[in-house]
Design a protein around this ligand. Structure first.
Ligand code: GLN
Length: 194
């Protein structure tokens, strides 16, 4: 997805690999496993520092949880990198069997400028949302721009995409579709942050 948008993609598992990138994608998976691995590989402080220094980051699903300042239904002791002033609820739509797909109206998706400020209206674009034991966003701070909500079906009205400065997060998994626009938006944001 990143390469389809003109970026070079490399895996980041260790602090030295983090030092080499201009932006970080935290994919879906399992936030509790990411927490344990990031601790074991001493990634917590370096990632938090890069985020505080303005490194763009995009988290989908478990990655959204990792970028949240607060998590509901976390396991005891579970930590996140944080950065986005929001409260997310893990597994909010239900169990694995409650996973679903459906259309999402995503604000700013087709805009030319990925770095527009939080007040910009952007353009509405529809994309196919893949939700797998997904979180939703319960609450956002004033600096957070809500870029998508569920419009029909389970969790109607819930916030499923946000943006705060150079940080963005989605409850769903664009990386599991053939539509590169969300990653394209992130790549434009990384270029704008240079
Ligand atoms: N439920 C998972 C978690 O809590 C996220 C699932 C996903 O990334 N698809 O981390």
């Amino acid at each position: 997805m990143l390469e389809a948008s003109g970026a070079r993609a490399v895996p980041v598992r260790r602090p030295a690999e983090l030092d080499a990138v201009e932006g970080l994608v935290i994919p879906g998976g399992e936030s509790t496993a990411m927490w344990k691995l990031a601790s074991a590989f001493d990634l917590f402080e370096p990632v938090r520092k890069r985020i505080a220094d303005g490194m763009p980051a995009y988290g989908s699903c478990a990655g959204m949880i990792m970028l949240a300042d607060r998590v509901l239904d976390a396991v005891p002791g579970q930590e996140t990198f944080g950065g986005i002033a929001m409260t997310v609820r893990r597994n909010a739509f239900g169990r694995q069997i409650d996973s679903f797909e459906g259309p999402i109206a995503f604000d700013g998706l087709d805009g030319e400028d990925g770095a527009e400020d939080a007040d910009s209206a952007g353009t509405a674009g529809t994309l196919h949302g893949v939700f797998i034991r997904a979180p939703w966003v319960e609450e956002v701070g004033p600096a957070v721009r809500v870029t998508a909500r569920v419009t029909a079906g389970p969790g109607t009205g819930r916030i499923v995409a946000v943006r705060q400065g150079a940080l963005m997060a989605t409850s769903f998994h664009p990386e599991l579709t053939r539509d590169p626009r969300v990653h394209g938006l992130f790549v434009r944001l990384v270029r704008a942050a240079r």
